[in-house]
Design a protein around this ligand. Structure first.
Ligand SMILES: [Zn+2]
Length: 317
């Protein structure tokens, strides 16, 4: 069933075919090598095919001739097949072709026998991801939400999010039971290694500003590692000061158990509910209340459906 988004489509795909050939032997993956010692960074776009802002960010970096001044920089467009299927009349359909690319990054899944178009692409990308020291994975959200960095559960993810410095909200979460995200892959989730990654959610998929947030977050990521020349940042980085970040640790998600879930009031996301035990909704006849003081409402669902997550309850750390 096609579904035209309620908030309209204000951001559109860009032509990424100039970067198909790349220089790594993997389509749509390009590595620039400074020839100087330093970390190998990756900026990854289009893990979800309809999250267009990442394609805009990479196009911006390519067209402005981004080059690392130390280490290496890999720019990759992940689920190009899904992106190419984008239709503004049915824009949610191009999130993936066969299955969610961002649930496949368990080694056992990648090594296994199962086949899908997304698995084929993930397996093709894997040799490009394996040598990466630090990664920024660019996403956007299905409905209007404040942008945020998802930093995983480890201190190194949080440190990277704080090094990037914006967007304001940093959410530490464990990912999905259904399978690992690329940001949780191998080295990035290994507590014995320094490799860090963050996922940025640049707000609503189809707002034009998502592209600006993706570009600015990419520039901040590069700045954090002193990976590009100061003149490059001066030319492109928004000089406006940013607000202090708020780091939020996600506790148990509220899973909807009935067909009659409703919030007690409208939550846009990141509201802080001061008092433990405050009524936030009803699931059928059951009252849903906050579990601790200063409870942050993380990613409240606009369409609370049975079996889905209504909201995640976050603690400010
Ligand atoms: Zn996504």
């Amino acid at each position: 069933m096609s579904k035209k988004p309620q908030h309209g489509v204000h951001l559109f795909p860009v032509d990424i075919t100039p970067w198909k050939k790349g220089n790594t032997g993997i389509d749509y993956v390009t590595t620039f090598d400074s020839g100087v010692a330093g970390p190998h960074l990756m900026i990854n776009a289009l893990t979800h095919g309809n999250e267009l802002c990442g394609a805009h960010a990479l196009k911006f970096l390519f067209e402005n001739a981004v080059r690392p001044v130390r280490g290496k920089l890999t720019l990759s467009f992940a689920n190009v097949g899904a992106y190419e299927s984008f239709d503004a009349e049915d824009p949610y359909a191009s999130r993936f072709l066969d299955e969610d690319s961002n649930r496949l990054w368990n080694e056992t899944t990648l090594d296994g026998e199962r086949q899908s178009r997304e698995l084929a692409r993930a397996r093709a990308l894997r040799p490009a991801v394996d040598p990466i020291d630090h990664m920024l994975d660019i996403h956007s959200t299905e409905l209007p939400q404040a942008p945020m960095l998802l930093a995983g559960i480890r201190a190194k993810g949080r440190a990277l999010a704080e090094g990037i410095g914006a967007p304001r909200h940093v959410v530490m979460d464990a990912g999905h039971a259904a399978g690992k995200r690329i940001r949780d892959y191998a080295q990035f989730d290994d507590p014995t290694r320094d490799n860090a990654s963050v996922l940025v959610e640049c707000g609503y998929h189809f707002y034009a500003e998502a592209a600006d947030i993706a570009i600015q977050t990419s520039l901040r990521f590069l700045r954090h590692f002193d990976a590009v020349a100061p003149a490059f940042l001066e030319a492109h980085l928004d000089p406006a000061p940013v607000e202090d970040q708020l780091v939020i640790e996600v506790e148990g998600p509220i899973t909807i158990e009935t067909d009659h879930f409703r919030f007690a009031r409208t939550f846009e996301g990141f509201e802080v509910v001061p008092q433990k035990g405050t009524l936030i909704g009803h699931d059928g006849d059951r009252e849903v209340r906050t579990l601790f003081d200063d409870c942050v409402m993380v990613m409240p669902s606009r369409e609370p459906l049975k079996g889905k997550t209504a909201v995640r309850l976050g603690r400010i750390v």
